[in-house]
Design a protein around this ligand. Structure first.
Ligand code: B12
Ligand code: SF4
Ligand code: SF4
Length: 366
């Protein structure tokens, strides 16, 4: 297999960027970052994401997954789908919903607007792995995107896809930071891609200053317990009352620390989504109608509506909880009867408490 052949295959698959790094280089970085991770967990910044701690050894020691690993191919897939009226960083403003219905729309973070990237990208990784095996019958591989044990950002940094910003995201200085990261470990001795010179954030602090909940507690350090992305997606319980107003109209995930980043402003929209299924039209788009969410009566109904999209991760209970918070923040008193009806229909105390909070907030009693 020629390097050119491999690169052509990757480009044809639609990846926006890629890099190849010798495992030995990655190993040293992983060693350093394992200590950072350890401290992060000890500080409680990982919130309830116990799976991260459980997977620690497998994540930071890829040789446990592929004993003879020699190279790592790291791939990036852009997911930025352009801006519209709902994409602004003053997210406490109420916004119109579909068909211009007044102020009843919850904003979905950009990464979750299309089809579930785990499935789409994993399929591509398997094709890439098959290609390597076809060209080199002795090839062995281990593929990963997000949920498998892998430290995606550290691998991306090592392979030259970008640098760690103070918002903790990997930023490609010649593009932006709205891209997914995936990787293939292989026992093949591949030629590394050129080392790119990377800038850093310099004196900028915008992400830290603009984070609605103060979750970036120091440059490059995120406290997930305060992060809207964690609170609206991974968190299985209630949302602390003192943070609810700060969530604004974000019903699933948060992009604020990327939206304000000078590496993205005025540049991200120039990027294309090159893997079709990541486009808005293959998922639920940028906005969820709150009234529709309140009417989802069962987990089956929820699955029918959201199967195949990243929104499944919050489950029906999580999305209803988030919808209550966004309703409370909307300023739209027309949502009060929907919330009252919802309280009558639910036996879930946590949800009823969030809906009650929303009603009081809309009546200016909170
Ligand atoms: C757990 C997790 C979360 C958690 C915790 C986030 C976090 N920052 O750790 C929550 C649920 C909050 C989350 C949110 C999001 N996530 Co997430 N998440 C993950 C996951 C599964 C693990 C991340 C991890 O290992 N964290 C451990 C901590 C210690 O690492 P860290 O916060 O990144 O910190 C690093 C830097 O700060 C750096 N560092 C250390 N000291 C210093 C000092 C300075 C000055 C600097 C600059 C850096 C620096 O070292 C640390 C790593 O060792 C990865 C996928 C994976 N398998 O790796 C996706 C991943 C990181 N998430 C991703 C995305 C897209 C998001 C969201 C944008 C989604 C959204 N819109 O809501 C937000 C972004 C929020 C943010 N600012 O990070 C992408 C990021 C792509 C990219 N270009 O960076 C990943 C890689 C998934 C993927 N495969 O594409 N996520
Ligand atoms: S995702 Fe939102 S809440 Fe989390 S650190 Fe970034 S700006 Fe703050
Ligand atoms: S907003 Fe500024 S400090 Fe934050 S990641 Fe972007 S360049 Fe770095």
């Amino acid at each position: 297999m020629t390097q050119e052949g491999l690169e052509k295959f990757i480009i044809k698959q639609g990846w926006s960027m890629f890099g190849i790094v010798p495992f030995e280089v990655a190993r040293k970085n992983l060693e350093k970052h394992e200590k950072v991770f350890q401290k992060w967990i000890e500080n409680g910044f990982g919130a309830d994401m116990d799976y991260l701690k459980k997977m620690q050894k497998d994540r930071y020691h890829p040789e446990r997954k592929l004993a003879d690993v020699k190279s790592v191919i790291v791939l990036g897939a852009n997911y930025y789908s352009g801006d519209n009226s709902r994409d602004n960083s003053e997210d406490n403003r109420p916004i119109n919903g579909p068909n211009n219905s007044p102020f009843n729309c919850g904003k979905v973070a950009r990464y979750a607007r299309g089809r579930d990237y785990h499935k789409i990208l994993k399929k591509k990784l398997i094709e890439l792995s098959d290609f390597l095996k076809f060209e080199n019958p002795q090839a062995e591989t281990y593929v990963s995107v997000d949920s498998r044990p892998s430290v995606d950002r550290v691998l991306a940094e090592c392979a030259g896809l970008g640098f760690f910003g103070k918002n903790t995201c990997i930023i490609d200085p010649s593009r932006e930071s709205f891209f997914f990261i995936a990787s293939v470990l292989t026992n093949l001795d591949l030629k590394p891609t050129e080392v790119r010179h990377m800038p850093n954030c310099g004196d900028c602090q915008k992400c830290i200053n603009f984070c609605p909940t103060g979750a970036l507690v120091a440059p490059g350090v995120l406290d997930a317990r305060k992060c809207i992305s964690y609170l609206t997606i991974e968190n299985k319980g209630g949302i602390p009352e003192n943070l609810r107003s700060k969530i604004g109209n974000r019903i699933f995930g948060c992009d604020a620390c990327q939206e304000v980043c000078p590496f993205n402003v005025g540049r991200a929209h120039k990027q294309q989504i090159t893997i079709d299924k990541l486009k808005l039209e293959y998922g639920k788009g940028d906005c969820l109608d709150l009234c529709e969410i309140f009417l989802i009566k069962s987990d089956d109904e929820f699955t029918k509506k959201f199967a195949g999209t990243p929104l499944m991760r919050a489950k029906r209970r999580g999305l209803l909880r988030n919808a209550c918070v966004v309703a409370g923040n909307s300023g739209n008193t027309m949502l009060i009867p929907h919330l009252e009806q919802f309280i009558k229909s639910t036996s879930d105390e946590m949800l009823a408490e969030h809906a009650t909070w929303a009603i009081l907030k809309l009546k200016n009693l909170k």
